[in-house]
Design a protein around this ligand. Structure first.
Ligand code: FAD
Length: 669
């Protein structure tokens, strides 16, 4: 009889559990997997503060569930689950009911207010996509209103921001806001000194689960960014336009329209409801056995933030972090598979966590990472690098290449105001129409080269013996001359070979031929790398009399030299074949770049050809610009004033529709 697995919540843990189960049962039509979420997308909660403070676009933190499960045996349901009837084995939602044999509960968390008057009503939260967008708009509105407000008291209220909680979420939010404030001040012509950002916490230091040294670093950085750190301070009341705080029994009221609540979490409503009938604790988390099943119900598994489980040998329950979601999803999926198939042994949950990273704005971070018994702190740059790296590892599991690329794009390639730990150095905001002349010129040079080679008879008679052999002789002559100290003359044919094969124009080549033939060459460097290859940089003349056109560079690879000597030179037919390939490639690359059609692969092939030349005949420095031009026009250069402008959208939509492409996420939005 068929088995139904129902997963409530498509957050970090739900998605991974569903994907693993779908894989385990891909050939078993008797087992169905259904995942239910109140949103049609998965939210990257760890990036909410980036949206709230406008570092990245709001769309960048949504991942479509349809896309995640494309081509997989997972039924995605859009519904808000209200209760679970554990007797009837029925999940009840506002849009329907879902019978299950195995339930995976992973509805995540929501903020908790500890009974603070006015907190639930008047604060901004940061626990969903909507929260982040609402907060972003609100912050923007405060600056917009303040810009035209002349009443100083009102203006101060508009420009005062409180973030309650100095754990990960609160610190990240306050830091992000402090980074954003100067940008808003500039846009709205407000002096930064008018803006107050406070980070309040009842505890004595920021991020208390990190070592004191890191807390101190965090606080120092935040203060430098203009955040008022208010430790040992509790928020006792929040109103529409004020917040009351208590420090050393002294209550202070400050005017503000913005209090962001990041002070603590409890289980989402549906889990809190389930916690009434199952053993639970710790603000609505469900108590579990080592196999991640409810202590009261073997068919109910819990993963992610909703778990209350203390692994053997540990003192505290597992933390509510993404790494716990990843590990628990794998264990639960494995154990459910064992329970259904009756094969294999269930695993006990033994997670091993590798640390925490916190970013304070896009440019600074702290991290404590390593293995459980050997943790160390990372410097800021490495901390930021690891945070991005870990996100990428997660994205690979969820939406493969597609999400990795879109993440890199919004975090680095299109980042605004240089808000990344590598600054704006990778940002592609340079208008690509400025690349049009370079693209067309590079194309024209390739086209000319190809046509000239046809005229010189490259399609009909073997020429590579002279070119490869000549080039080799030319380099050897210079190297030998330098080694022996004799002023040997380079052979005319040899120099001719290098100039022609590397793309120097015929007339120019002829001129060089004369020069090279009469001058003593100079070795600038000749470095050998463990006998695997060497880099040779020479001039055809004495260095003092050399111009750029006399300098040539070669990567000398013994394996390639052997192939040329043993395979290509003895075989006239192979030579003509290779020549035809080079000529056709040059002409096609040229036409593609001139017309801006398939300009990325054309630029890629342009680089491949240059690489071939550099490892066979070597290249004159005069043609090195073609390498850099190839790199410059590699991405998107045909999208302006080129046929890619029309062709790419059409191709993309066709490509994105292919089912295997959808399943393997090999598309780009
Ligand atoms: C701003 C912020 C920053 C963070 N930064 C970090 C960090 O840097 N590193 C880290 O490890 N962790 C971080 N966390 C914590 C991390 O996001 C959570 O541990 C993680 O999201 C928990 O995953 P989950 O699958 O349990 O729940 P969630 O990811 O919260 O997913 C729960 C899902 O259930 C759905 N759902 C809830 N109720 C219902 C219902 N009734 N019906 C249907 N669907 C429902 C929700 O829509 C959601 O999709 C951060 C959290 C926040 C908010």
């Amino acid at each position: 009889m068929g088995k139904k697995i129902v997963i409530v919540g498509a957050g970090y843990s739900g998605i991974l559990t569903a994907k693993k189960l779908a894989k385990n049962f891909k050939n078993d039509d008797d087992v169905s997997v259904t995942i239910i979420d109140k949103n049609p997308f998965h939210t990257m909660l760890t990036e909410l503060h980036e949206v709230a403070a406008n570092r990245v676009d709001e769309e960048s933190i949504k991942i479509s569930l349809k896309r995640v499960f494309a081509g997989r045996k997972v039924d995605v349901k859009l519904d808000t689950v209200t209760t679970v009837d554990f007797q009837q084995k029925m999940v009840k939602g506002t849009a329907g009911n879902y019978a299950y044999d195995y339930l995976v509960l992973c509805a995540g968390s929501k903020p908790t207010f500890f009974g603070t008057p006015g907190a639930e009503e008047y604060t901004y939260k940061l626990w969903s996509y909507n929260d982040a967008v609402l907060l972003k708009d609100h912050i923007h509105n405060m600056f917009r209103k303040a810009a035209i407000e002349t009443n100083l008291e009102e203006r101060r209220k508009l420009l005062t921001f409180f973030v309650v909680g100095a754990g990960f979420t609160g610190v990240e939010m306050a830091g992000e806001l402090a980074e954003y404030a100067p940008i808003l001040c500039k846009n709205f012509e407000i002096d930064r000194s008018e803006v107050t950002i406070c980070n309040v916490d009842v505890l004595s230091r920021s991020i208390p689960n990190m070592p004191e040294k890191l807390s101190a670093k965090v606080e120092k950085r935040m203060e430098k960014m203009g955040v008022r750190i208010m430790m040992n301070t509790s928020v006792v009341r929040v109103g529409e336009d004020f917040v009351e705080t208590k420090h050393n029994d002294h209550i202070t009221s400050e005017g503000t329209y913005t209090v962001v609540w990041a002070a603590g979490i409890e289980s989402a409503d549906v889990t809190a409801e389930a916690a009434k009938s199952l053993q639970s604790g710790g603000r609505g988390r469900i108590a579990l056995d080592a196999h991640l099943r409810s202590l009261d119900n073997e068919e109910v598994y819990v993963v992610g933030d909703n778990m209350l489980y203390t692994p053997e040998g540990e003192e505290k329950p597992v933390p509510q972090i993404v790494e716990n979601c990843e590990h628990s999803a794998a264990t639960a999926a494995h154990n459910i598979t064992c329970a259904i198939t009756g094969k294999g042994e269930m695993k006990a949950y033994k997670p091993s966590f590798h640390g925490f990273m916190v970013c304070i704005g896009g440019r600074y971070g702290v991290a404590r990472v390593g293995m459980p018994n050997k943790m160390f702190n990372l410097p800021s740059w490495l901390a930021m690098f690891s945070k991005h790296f870990i996100n990428i590892i997660y994205f690979i599991q969820v939406l493969g290449w597609n999400k990795v690329f879109s993440y890199m794009k919004h975090e680095f390639f299109t980042i605004r105001n240089c808000r990344s730990f590598v600054g704006g150095h990778f940002s592609n905001r340079t208008p690509s129409f400025l690349l049009v002349p370079l693209r067309v010129w590079l194309g024209a040079v390739w086209f000319y080269e190809g046509v000239m080679k046809v005229i010189e008879g490259w399609m009909t008679s073997p020429k590579l013996t002279g070119f490869f052999g000549g080039a080799q002789t030319w380099y050897n002559t210079i190297i030998d001359a330098n080694a022996t100290g004799t002023a040997a003359k380079a052979a005319t044919a040899a120099a001719d070979a290098v100039s022609a094969a590397t793309g120097t124009g015929a007339a120019e080549g002829a001129a060089q031929t004369g020069n090279a033939a009469t001058a003593a060459g100079t070795v600038i460097f000749n470095l050998d790398f463990l006998g695997l290859f060497s880099t040779i940089f020479v001039s055809g003349k004495e260095l003092a009399h050399s111009t750029l056109q006399d300098l040539a560079f070669k990567v000398d690879v013994p394996l390639i030299n052997w192939m040329i000597k043993e395979l290509i030179i003895p075989n006239a037919g192979l030579q003509i074949g290779m020549q035809a390939f080079i000529v056709i490639a040059e002409i096609l690359i040229g036409l593609a770049l001139i017309g801006g059609l398939f300009s990325s692969p054309a630029a890629g092939f342009s680089l491949i050809l240059q690489f071939m030349f550099v490892t066979t005949t070597g290249l004159y420095l005069g043609t090195f610009w073609m390498i850099f031009a190839g790199i410059a026009v590699l991405i998107g250069a045909g999208r302006t004033f080129g046929l890619d402008y029309y062709a790419m959208p059409a191709l993309k939509s066709g490509w994105n529709g292919v089912s295997v492409v959808k399943k393997s996420y090999l598309y780009h939005d």
